[in-house]
Design a binder for this molecule. Structure first.
Ligand code: FAD
Ligand code: NAD
Length: 466
């Protein structure tokens, strides 16, 4: 059978663009791609990139305080002008969007700037009614923010809205305790908004190492975020220019903005997937195998729409591996077991890879090395910021199973730790590295004695503290 394309990609985000570019550019496939919004997707337009630029913008106060601590009398952060920043941000996003578009054009990909849906296992239908056939179809439509199902939920903002605000709220409630809640509370507080973070759990960042969660929760408080645990809104109502938030405990308060950071869900509604026989999971995610192949052999899916590990580098790797496998005769699976990530909070970032202490404990005996201290740089400046570093080591094989860092540039550090950990490094390998002094990262190769041992089997041996 003759098809219009070898591959049709729905979604021009991290995963879709990479797959299209590799299939067409490296392997000569005839590729079409549909994007309904802006090229680059969540990461470039309303995620990682603008978020991190806002994190940078929000650090001025902390940087000025540190300068004063080093003797720069009168150093101040000045007045933040949202409009100036916002105009510059828009230009930068336009530039990146253009770069993504030209990358695809240079690779020879046919781009259709409109919504697409599945018609059948080999055909997509564009919003203008055009039908295009392809031997393979890749769904890379990402996810969408979810609001909790409470009265007045439509009054709350979602992360997409934060990048297009006309002015910054002076008093804001951020709801949730995940990546986005912690990062946006950090941003808003740093840009001058009086910020309350309401989270229904007992420490932010569920799923991370418990000790690091508690540490991060406390440290967010030191920068002035009013972190309220065990707290959840029950209703939102407009009251003049403000929003009245009634909480589940019966209390109520006025805010001039509320932001829901209560999770994201795969964006599969209305795509025609079920009609084509594509199996979906409970959250609407496309169920795929290790090769990103769905229940329909000609249809594959990568990125957030599969709800595996929802991070940009993972979507990119999945897209690239798909193209290598299907068009390059180089079968490649993605190992989702060891993925590093960072949460860009202040006073420091939290970065993590591998097992948490709780996971290690469930697997068997593990030695836990912990160090918590005030880094030289901020200590001298008079800051209360505390770093924390943690290594989790298999007590039987000495293999490093997990690494967790709350510290300046922790994201940069964990990227480097991911290399030896991916190679199966032991604690002895870490210790063999001579420290770089004075740095914060040297702690990773100088933690000599375990703080404690956890896990079944050979447990109960008291271990001296570090
Ligand atoms: C606020 C925020 C901050 C983040 N920060 C980070 C970070 O710091 N680091 C990190 O690794 N990850 C971060 N992420 C996660 C990261 O953005 C995602 O994991 C990544 O973008 C997923 O890529 P994707 O290709 O699966 O989907 P997306 O990038 O979401 O791309 C999907 C694309 O498909 C398009 N589309 C959808 N439906 C259709 C259709 N029917 N027809 C045509 N086009 C369609 C959409 O418009 C979109 O452009 C962040 C996410 C958010 C929301
Ligand atoms: N730095 C990064 O790498 C980065 C940054 C942002 C987002 N991301 C990715 O995007 C994903 C989505 O981020 P997110 O923060 O939206 O999701 P998340 O799953 O990390 O956090 C969602 C939070 O909302 C809470 N919640 C869910 N439903 C609720 C309800 N009905 N009422 C009250 N609270 C509720 C959850 O308890 C949780 O704390 C992340 O898991 C991550 O994969 C990564």
């Amino acid at each position: 059978m003759k098809f219009d394309y070898d591959l049709f990609v729905i979604g021009g985000g991290s995963g879709g663009v990479r797959a299209a570019r590799i299939a067409a550019g490296d392997y000569g496939a005839r590729v079409g791609l549909a994007e309904e919004s802006r090229m680059g997707g969540t990461c470039v337009i309303r995620g990682c990139v603008p978020k991190k630029l806002m994190i940078f913008a929000s650090q001025a106060g902390a940087a000025a305080a540190e300068s004063r601590g080093y003797g720069w009398q009168g150093a101040g952060e000045g007045r933040f002008d949202w409009q100036v920043f916002h105009d510059k941000l828009s230009r930068e996003l336009d530039r990146l969007e253009g770069a993504y578009g030209s990358g695809l054009a240079n690779a020879g990909v046919d781009v259709h700037m409109q919504r697409a849906r599945l018609h059948d296992a080999h055909t997509v239908e564009l919003a203008d009614g055009q039908r295009l056939s392809a031997k393979h179809i890749l769904i890379a439509v990402g996810g969408r923010p979810q609001r909790p199902d409470i009265p007045g939920k439509e009054l709350g903002l979602i992360s997409d809205d934060l990048f297009t605000l006309e002015k910054l709220p002076s008093r804001v409630l951020v709801v949730g305790g995940g990546f986005i809640a912690c990062e946006f509370a950090t941003i808003l507080q740093g840009l001058g908004s009086d910020t309350v973070l309401a989270y229904r759990g007992d420490a932010v960042l569920r799923g991370f190492d418990g000790e690091m969660r508690r540490h991060t929760t406390e440290q967010l408080r030191t920068i002035g975020i009013d972190v309220r645990l065990g707290t959840n809104p029950a209703r939102l109502e407009r009251e003049g220019a403000d929003i009245r938030v009634s909480f589940e405990d019966g209390s109520s308060e006025l805010f001039d903005a509320v932001m829901f950071a209560t999770g994201r869900a795969p964006y599969t509604k209305g795509l025609g997937l079920e009609d084509a026989g594509v199996k979906l999971g409970r959250k609407g995610e496309i169920v795929v195998d290790d090769w990103s192949q769905s229940s329909v052999p000609s249809i594959f899916a990568v990125g957030d729409v599969t709800d595996r590990v929802n991070l940009t580098p993972v979507a990119i790797r999945e897209g690239h591996s798909f193209a290598d496998t299907v068009f390059g005769a180089k079968p490649r699976k993605v190992d989702h077991g060891l993925v590093a990530s960072a949460v860009y909070t202040r006073p420091h970032e939290l970065a993590t890879i591998g097992l948490t202490e709780e996971e290690a404990e469930a697997c068997g005996p593990a030695d836990i090395y912990v160090a918590s201290f005030r880094p030289m740089r901020s200590l001298f400046a008079g800051s209360d910021a505390r770093a924390a570093m943690k290594l989790i080591v298999d007590a039987e094989t000495d293999k490093v199973l997990g690494c967790h860092i709350f510290g300046p540039e922790a994201g940069e550090m964990i990227q480097m730790v991911a290399i030896p950990m991916g190679m199966g490094a032991t604690k002895a390998d870490f210790d063999a590295a001579i420290a770089v002094h004075p740095t914060l990262a040297e702690e990773l190769v100088t933690m000599r004695k375990p703080t404690r041992r956890v896990g079944a089997a050979k447990v109960d041996k008291p271990v001296a503290s570090a």
